[in-house]
Design a protein around this ligand. Structure first.
Ligand code: ARG
Length: 472
């Protein structure tokens, strides 16, 4: 095709008042087909619904309608077979599909665009795409939760140090720690469900910005495309990208959660911690240091979070200065959403794989659970309970016991009762018993606490709540 022919192909869709075609650079900056071809299925589905409605309303003849539907089915096949001739000079997916339809069925193709515009068309296509992405992410996150819940059930009684400030704080159970992530992912899923509910109004029929003079049936197209209802304001409908922003915001928060877990895996698999081991499936070796096993997948999940946060920032910035209604800036909405969806798909799958893969080093966790005087709070609590001491004084007693153990270079539980009584005469063998990590975690039975019995209940509740369709 010569440049002139290309230009006339481009402007044949809208070029009635144009004397010349666009500059080559204009075509490059304007064309979105390289990325928005991913909307082809939604675009064709939207056109089919629009066509059926036009026929039902008597706006389009049944024979033109049939020709259009047959042609669209063929376009779909060509794209899925991979032999559709995508053309940059036709700008975007909407015009590529329509131009091919015209090649296939002739003049009737030109009637499909009656009572719609690319503005409501792209909003509809993109909503359909984001809706599928939300559903896909929901399912993937349910899979991650299932992995976390299974592993939490296995390790309901496996003790480990709980940290604050990354300093050993109090013993907790490994299952309890994993269930914390089940809660985070649960909130992510709640945000996705919430976004989906708000997204599910159909823009089609809003036309360019003002609605249309044709007697269309917007309820019918909305229903056909699985929307709950048509959007209520045509100006809003063609200029709204909240659904994309909400998807990106939910994805960004979720990515932060994945990143925190990834960071824990990086720390936990280090030689200094050795809390868990990842198999060959999720690690790589070093080309120079033969002893190494690097947690690359976890590191990449952590790093890819930056992209998703960037995707959200980029669309927020693109939208912030736009007057109503549609502006071409909004064509920039797609790449961040596609990137975030692809990134999340990969990151969630990798994280699910690592959670299922990790070998939990229970003996190391147990040794670490007691190190750093992590049961000091337990002895203070005992003084309050058994001796009726005010907590502040009990805290002081426990602090002096820690000092004693530290000076002796031993753990709290290694102090003899006689040694302990030099600090507080009221201490008994029963007081010594609370110093074990097992009794420490077993005592944390408050709702939401780390006691193994509580964790087992929480595992069952999480399974009901998140995996078996109970109340979220
Ligand atoms: N490719 C465009 C987009 O993604 C489609 C809408 C174009 N509308 C227009 N008035 N030029 O936003």
């Amino acid at each position: 095709m010569s440049d002139n022919d290309k230009n006339s192909a481009a402007s044949s869709m809208w070029g009635g008042r144009f004397a010349a075609g666009p500059a080559a650079i204009m075509q490059r900056i304007n064309a979105s087909i390289d990325f928005d071809r991913r909307l082809y299925r939604q675009d064709i589905r939207g056109s089919q619904a629009h066509c059926r409605m036009l026929v039902a309303q008597g706006i389009l003849s049944p024979s033109d309608g049939d020709a259009i539907l047959t042609g669209l089915a063929q376009v779909l096949q060509e794209i899925e077979r991979g032999d559709f001739p995508f053309k940059a000079e036709l700008e975007d997916i909407h015009m590529n599909v329509e131009a091919r339809l015209a090649e296939l069925i002739g003049d009737a193709a030109g009637r499909l665009h009656t009572a719609r515009s690319r503005n409501d068309q792209v909003a509809t296509d993109f909503k359909l795409w984001v809706r599928d992405a939300l559903d896909g992410m929901q399912a993937a996150l349910a899979g991650l939760q299932a992995a976390l819940i299974d592993r939490a059930g296995e390790h309901a009684a496996t003790v480990m140090p709980g940290f604050t400030h990354l300093q050993a704080a109090q013993p907790v159970t490994f299952g309890h720690h994993l269930l914390a992530y089940v809660e985070m992912i649960g909130r992510d899923r709640g945000r996705l469900a919430d976004a989906r509910r708000r997204l599910n109004e159909c823009p089609l029929g809003s036309a360019a910005l003002a609605g249309t003079s044709f007697p269309i049936d917007r309820e019918a197209t909305a229903r056909d495309l699985g929307f709950d209802r048509p959007t209520a304001n045509s100006l809003d409908a063609v200029s709204d990208r909240d659904f994309a922003l909400e998807f990106l915001a939910a994805a960004a928060i979720c990515a932060v959660h994945l990143s925190r877990l990834a960071e824990e895996l990086v720390v936990w698999t280090s030689a200094q911690f050795r809390f868990v081991r990842l198999s060959d499936a999720f690690t790589t070796g070093s080309s120079i240091m033969p002893q190494k096993r690097n947690p690359d997948a976890a590191e990449l999940v952590r790093a890819k979070t930056g992209r998703v946060i960037g995707d959200l920032a980029s669309l927020l910035v693109a939208m912030k200065g736009l007057p109503l209604a549609y502006s071409k800036d909004m064509q920039e909405d797609k790449e961040p959403v596609f990137e975030a969806a692809d990134t999340m798909e990969l990151a969630i799958a990798a994280m699910t794989g690592m959670v299922r893969d990790m070998v939990v080093e229970a003996a190391t966790l147990r040794a670490a659970a007691g190190a750093g005087f992590t049961t000091a709070t337990d002895i203070a609590d005992w003084c309050v309970r058994a001796l009726g001491m005010p907590f502040r004084r009990a805290h002081h007693v426990a602090g002096r016991l820690v000092k004693l153990a530290e000076d002796k270079g031993c753990g709290l539980e290694d102090l003899s009762l006689d040694e302990m009584r030099t600090v507080e005469a009221g201490l008994t063998e029963e007081a010594r018993a609370v110093l074990s990590v097992d009794s420490s975690v077993a005592s944390r039975t408050s709702f939401g606490g780390t006691a193994p019995a509580r964790v087992r209940d929480a595992v069952a509740a999480a399974r009901r709540r998140w995996l078996e369709g109970g109340r979220p």
